[in-house]
Design a protein around this ligand. Structure first.
Ligand SMILES: [Zn+2]
Length: 353
């Protein structure tokens, strides 16, 4: 069969079909909830992605947005025969129109039986956040440190911020009253294990116990040393949840499964980013994304016969979760919990209005 277009430069090929059949078809449950997916019509983008921005950070070369119909179509392709639902949100960037984008995501999600989070700026008043949470289909918020202020040279100007710089207490109070959901992308080059992050996450859990806190990307712990530093200190908090998005590392998934457990992990893709074709290699606490696409960051290519076997990173990521589950003796019940049940249980209880 010929390649099916996904989003931007990404396509679905016979290699991907064969990978799904071999590694995922028998394992993936009949219903899947993607708890971390970016959906936005490109018309809400305000800025042009410049060459300088593309050279500054690899994700800048993966800025092709998926609108809701595209998301739906892609999921029929990449999850064949599955009932897929989403917890979706827009693009947390000041290069996008936030208010209109939030309303686009909310209404498109509602029309499909999906749920959404509103992207928020820290400057927004409590009343604004409360109004957003009063709208049908909105389960909570997606804060991000790049929303603090605009920097055209890249996205990491605020990476050393405090969580409270982009998720301020007056918003946390409203979220707690509404029993809302927060997908929290933690700051710091040191990732979740940075002492400030550990202290601030514990403070949020202590002061705002009714918020469903979901730490995005396993706390940005993409390597085993970071996962040991970040996940173990928070493993005892039974009320703290994590999404698996963009981790692409079977060792980290296994570690999270062992210490956090299958009932507190939520499958997330981080699509459209993880439609990227390739694989990730880690060395200590650093990693490199290998891909066959002609990006700036893709300077050190692998041999053509290796590249020919690349599949979608979202498939490599799912296989990593499967490998982690099998290493610990977890079967269909745990796969169902991670890929569907946990997210649905938490979404049913979050911000019920
Ligand atoms: Zn994301």
């Amino acid at each position: 069969m010929s390649a099916v277009p996904l989003v931007g430069p990404h396509v679905y090929t016979d290699v991907d079909r064969a990978f799904w059949e071999e590694h995922l078809e028998a394992w993936a449950p009949p219903a899947i909830t993607d708890a971390h997916v970016h959906v936005l019509d490109p018309e809400y983008r305000l800025e042009t992605i410049t060459e300088e921005m593309k050279r500054s950070y690899w994700v800048m070369e993966l800025q092709d947005m998926q609108d809701a119909p595209t998301t739906e179509r892609c999921y029929q392709t990449v999850f064949p025969g599955r009932r897929v639902s989403c917890l979706c949100f827009g693009w947390p960037s000041l290069g996008c129109e936030i208010e209109g984008g939030n309303e686009y995501v909310r209404t498109e999600a509602l029309a499909r039986g999906w749920r959404s989070l509103a992207v928020v700026r820290p400057s927004w008043r409590a009343e604004q956040v409360d109004w957003l949470l009063s709208l049908p289909g909105v389960k909570g918020v997606k804060p991000y440190y790049a929303m603090i202020s605009l920097d055209r040279s890249g996205r990491d100007r605020h990476i050393e911020a405090s969580i409270f710089d982009y998720l301020p207490h007056h918003q946390l109070e409203v979220l707690d009253q509404r029993r809302a959901w927060v997908t929290l992308h933690v700051p710091k080059a040191g990732r979740l294990g940075h002492p400030d992050n550990l202290r601030e996450v514990r403070e949020i859990r202590r002061r705002y116990p009714h918020i469903t806190v979901v730490i995005a990307h396993l706390g940005r712990c993409y390597t085993e040393p970071h996962a040991l530093q970040g996940l173990l200190p928070l493993a005892e908090d039974e009320g703290l949840f994590f999404d698996t998005s963009a981790v692409v590392n079977a060792d980290v998934h296994r570690l999270a499964l062992r210490h956090i457990g299958p009932n507190r992990l939520l499958y997330g893709s981080d699509n459209p980013v993880l439609y990227l074709r390739g694989r990730r290699q880690t060395h200590g606490t650093s990693y490199v994304n290998r891909t066959s696409l002609p990006f700036h960051f893709n300077r050190d290519r692998e041999p053509a016969e290796v590249e020919a076997r690349y599949t979608l990173m979202m498939y490599e990521d799912l296989k990593g979760i499967r490998d982690g589950c099998e290493a610990l003796g977890y079967g269909p019940a745990e796969a169902e919990a991670i890929l569907h049940g946990n997210a649905e249980r938490l979404l049913a209880a979050a911000n019920t209005g």
